[in-house]
Design a protein around this ligand. Sequence first.
Ligand SMILES: [Zn+2]
Ligand SMILES: [Zn+2]
Length: 352
Amino acid sequence: MKAVVFNGPGTLTLEDRARPEIGPDEILVRVQAAAICGTDLKIYRGGHFRVGEGDTRVLGHELAGDIVEIGGNVSYWRVGQRVSVVPNIGCGHCDMCRKGLNNMCPDYDAFGISIDGGFEEYMVVTPSAIFGGNLFEVPDSLDWEAAALVEPLSCCFNAWKNLSVSPEDRVLILGTGPIAGLFLMLAKAYGARQVIVVGRRATRLEEIAGLGATDTVDSSEVAVVDEVLRLTDGHGVDVALTAAPAPELQVQAMATLARYGRMNFFSGLNKGTKVEIDTNKVHYRGLKLLGSTGSSIEDYARSLRLVESGQIDVKAVITHRFGMDQAVSAFDHALAGKGMKTLILPQERNVA
Ligand SMILES: [Zn+2]
Ligand SMILES: [Zn+2]
């Protein structure tokens, strides 16, 4: 089978590998769709502390496929079932895991990070993932691509659920990538009265406006903070989310928050990058500055319902699809910031 293998920073190769053998407590999934995430690109560029020097890893944690083989000790699951995974597998016994926060486990395993992920034709689902509740059955109404994109939505939902968005809120999204698109759809689903998107490329802003933004701000043309204040009649926004790894977006988000505003620093910055915070503003304005990373099994289950019920059309953020023979160029395409979400279809050789 073909696999996209990460061999250290800047090195990604398409390899021929034997189809994995599974143990008695494992499941083999034929991967049908796997999406490239910012995290994959970050690992491709700079590596990851969970991928040691000399290690190789198949990246990819946003995926869906069908079960083709089941270990003798595994019950409930069956061959032919359509499945997707929550990538972060908790240790099961730390304080965070005890609270159901598998995404916050300090001793986690994760598909595409510490164990092989979805950019390969066949992927092993480990016993820890099966018994940890990380494997989900995909509802019939979802196709492979939609099922693969429940994962990034679940990470957005994890941030979203603590922002208490209601219909009277004005929401600001900084960034024009797929995460920004998913936040925009969440804002629409939750009935936010105004959704402003900030970006620095007109074409991307146009694309995202099509998903239902009420206003767009081109940061290459106007001063972002002034423009957001103008668009909100001087009030500022109730909720802000940064969806691109740029420190200036965090500064702009904090500067545009209205009294009692809430925000989430969703996109992490490069290691060592720091941003100044005016804590007096936090104090006198009663701001809530939040962060989040990954998603819990509960976040995933709830996001799956949002997609299954048709309230969030996750596929609207897909702009490009590639087959396995094109997988490395798919990465370079995504790295160049072209389009929104890039998908790899491991069962296809080439996608025109
Ligand atoms: Zn991801
Ligand atoms: Zn744990």
